[in-house]
Design a protein around this ligand. Structure first.
Ligand code: ADP
Ligand code: MG
Length: 252
């Protein structure tokens, strides 16, 4: 678990919700600078695993390491301070604020003049533009209110915020599930750019083609268990389907 090439790892993770044994002895790891995909049917435990890793849920048992150190996050904010950003389907953007304001939410740039503190709006707008252009994200203006943006643009802003905040690891749970074809392509391009910037990504996706296109390593879950992991280059959609449905039991 202390391999320096590993950004995040866990083992022996169990999670119960009442009578539901949602995670059963799960071991998982993500390599630094790679896109690590998690696939599995609805209810397989993918989101629960992510929530246990970032402290939304506390696992009933198991160990987690982040960046080579034991980690047990009190919640997503705690994980964020450590360098893990989670981009949810229900994005945590504030509709009534502008793109720039959202990008600097909770980490506003402040200028001091004598005893006074001012929000440095100009610096924030400037840095917001730089960040967006670095990641090739197209929005009409950083002064646009987020409420007026499309789903894909909002997704891009959330990811951009994660990068701007210096995240070493960005976790995306079904980031394109609600998006159209063009918006999905934009989010995929963004994932590639994160990888180029050596930001590690964990991507939960239903879309096997997308997983094959984007990921370096893929983990398959079924009914609360990890049932296999492959280098993406050494597998294919058929094998992944077999893994998540259990048809691979005989072949593997
Ligand atoms: N907060 C919760 N309370 C009770 N049961 C939950 C909760 N979250 C998830 N579950 C259950 O845990 C199992 C795994 O769910 P989930 O992790 O959301 O699966 P996936 O993301 O792979 O679709 C499911 O049976 C689901 O109903
Ligand atoms: Mg889910």
């Amino acid at each position: 678990m202390s391999d320096p090439g590993t950004i995040l790892a866990c083992r022996g993770i169990h999670k119960h919700f009442g009578g539901i044994h949602a995670l059963k002895d799960v071991a998982f790891s993500a390599k630094r600078g790679e896109v690590t995909a998690i696939v599995g049917d609805n209810g397989a435990g993918k989101s629960t695993l992510i929530r246990c890793l970032v402290g939304v849920h506390q696992p009933d048992a198991g160990e987690i390491t982040f960046d080579g150190r034991p980690a047990r996050f009190a919640g997503p904010d705690d994980a964020r301070r450590a360098g893990i950003e989670t981009v949810h389907q229900n994005l945590a953007l504030v509709d009534e604020l502008t793109v720039a304001q959202n990008l600097f939410l909770n980490r506003e740039i402040v200028r001091r003049i004598g005893p006074f503190r001012f929000l440095d709006r100009r610096a924030m707008k400037h840095q917001a533009r730089e960040l967006l252009s670095r990641l090739s994200i197209n929005v009409p203006s950083v002064e646009q209110r987020v409420r007026r943006l499309s789903g894909g643009q909002r997704q891009a802003i959330s990811i951009c915020r994660a990068v701007g905040a210096g995240a070493a690891l960005v976790i995306m749970d079904e980031p394109t599930a609600a998006l159209g074809v063009q918006e999905t392509a934009n989010v995929e391009a963004l994932v590639r750019r994160l990888r180029e910037e050596r930001v590690s990504v964990i991507l939960i996706s239903h879309n096997f083609d997308q997983v094959m296109r984007l990921s370096d390593q893929v983990w398959a879950m079924r009914a609360g268990r990890v049932v296999g992991t492959r280098r993406t280059a050494e597998t294919n959609g058929n094998e992944l389907v077999a893994l998540i449905t259990g048809a691979a039991g005989k072949a593997a």
